[in-house]
Design a protein around this ligand. Structure first.
Ligand code: GLA
Length: 376
């Protein structure tokens, strides 16, 4: 591994980390002003950094060759490409918001798989943000950093994502899931300790190549916005379970109707999951996971065969619940399983993948971990 001194010829001033996430439940609800329940992973992106005062930001990544440099003054959406578009986007959004970040050398290191639906983009944006701010001792509320990271992803990178991933990366705490109400911009830490109930949360990367993920994500979002406009509400969050049938009857498009049914029922499932977790009934959350997967498969249509086979196999092996997590079209599933059955559940999924001719899946530890911070 290359050291900071080898790349930049100077010692670093510090290092900052931001984690990836898995969402327990509440998928494609964030950009509908809804509810989400992510945990942060132990896997993270670390940005080691030194300040410079010439208005230049230089970035290098242990996964890539060379150093990419850009002048803060001349940053415009689209001006920096490739992986460096993320650190450039964060520098741009901080400049636009009036933060004096001078310039910096940044070395990026990651143990977070990319393209696995674990929010490596949000982690890179957030790690860059806390590093650029931390170098100047600028104290900014974590939720505000998350909002800025989302703005960078929306306006600089050009991906129309919601606010869940950035909030998870900034605001999660160890041992908890983050219950985030987007409409109220309110968060609550919900204790999440599956081991205490004899359960394990398996996170399995199904290694499916992301298929048309950007275009499909944007299409889902458009569908939701079109339906909200047709229903005369600011966002689908305004439709309650009681009003769902009436709302569905008003919609002219059958595809939009199914998209709305997913979003409204999914927001309700998040509320139910949190109520069960508060009551110490984690095992009962399993059925909600499975219902969420069915809704994403049949109504929101964001699963792929690898995700469906992984979920079906986990359930057949005795999981109390399983669902795909993240944006969809590839990525990971989560399965809540009896700890005693965790290994055999993963082995069953490996076997099923072999039989289907899919790539071999991998599993990750899902210990609920803290959000972004400076490293000692
Ligand atoms: C991606 C987006 C999030 C969210 C999820 C789906 O991870 O970045 O904002 O919409 O998909 O829940």
């Amino acid at each position: 591994m290359t050291t900071f001194e080898e790349v930049f010829g100077t010692a670093p001033d510090g290092a900052w980390r931001a984690p990836g996430r898995v969402n327990l439940i509440g998928e494609h609800t964030d950009y509908n002003d809804g509810l989400v329940l992510p945990i942060a992973l132990p896997n993270r992106i670390v940005v080691t950094a030194s300040a410079r005062d010439d208005g230049i930001v230089a970035v290098s990544s242990n996964g890539q060759n060379g150093v990419i440099e850009f002048a803060l003054d001349s940053l415009e959406p689209g001006s920096v490409g490739d992986w460096a578009t993320y650190p450039a986007g964060m520098a741009w959004v901080l400049r636009e918001a009036g933060y004096e970040i001078g310039g910096a050398n940044l070395l990026v290191d990651s143990d977070l798989p990319t393209g696995a639906g674990l929010s490596s983009s949000a982690a890179l944006l957030c790690a860059t943000g806390v590093a650029l701010l931390g170098l100047r001792d600028l104290e900014v509320d974590p939720a505000e950093v998350a909002r800025l990271a989302q703005k960078a992803e929306n306006q600089y990178v050009g991906a129309p994502v919601g606010l869940m991933d950035q909030m998870a990366s900034m605001c999660c705490t160890a041992g908890h899931a983050l219950y985030f109400d987007i409409r109220a911009m309110a968060t609550e830490q919900i204790p999440f300790d599956p081991e205490a109930d004899g359960l394990t949360l398996l996170v399995i990367d199904v290694k499916a190549p992301h298929r048309h993920v950007d275009g499909e994500y944007a299409a889902r979002r458009k569908s939701c916005e079109r339906a909200a406009a047709e229903l005369g509400v600011p966002a689908l969050r305004s439709i309650t379970m009681d009003g769902l049938d009436e709302a569905l009857a008003k919609l002219s498009d059958d595809v939009d109707r199914r998209r709305v049914r997913h979003v409204v029922t999914e927001i309700d499932r998040v509320e139910q999951a949190v109520a069960l977790m508060r009551a110490g009934r984690l095992r009962d959350v399993g059925a909600l996971f499975t219902a969420s997967h069915v809704s994403m498969r049949d109504d929101f249509e964001i699963t792929v065969p690898e995700l469906d086979v992984a979920v079906d196999t986990a359930l057949a092996a005795g999981a109390v619940g399983a669902r795909m997590t993240g944006g969809g079209f590839g990525g990971c599933i989560i399965a809540l399983v009896e700890t005693a059955k965790a290994d055999q559940t993963f082995a069953a999924i490996e076997r099923a993948f072999g039989e289907h001719g899919f790539r071999a899946p991998t599993s990750l530890a899902a210990t609920p971990s803290p959000g972004a911070s400076k490293l000692d």
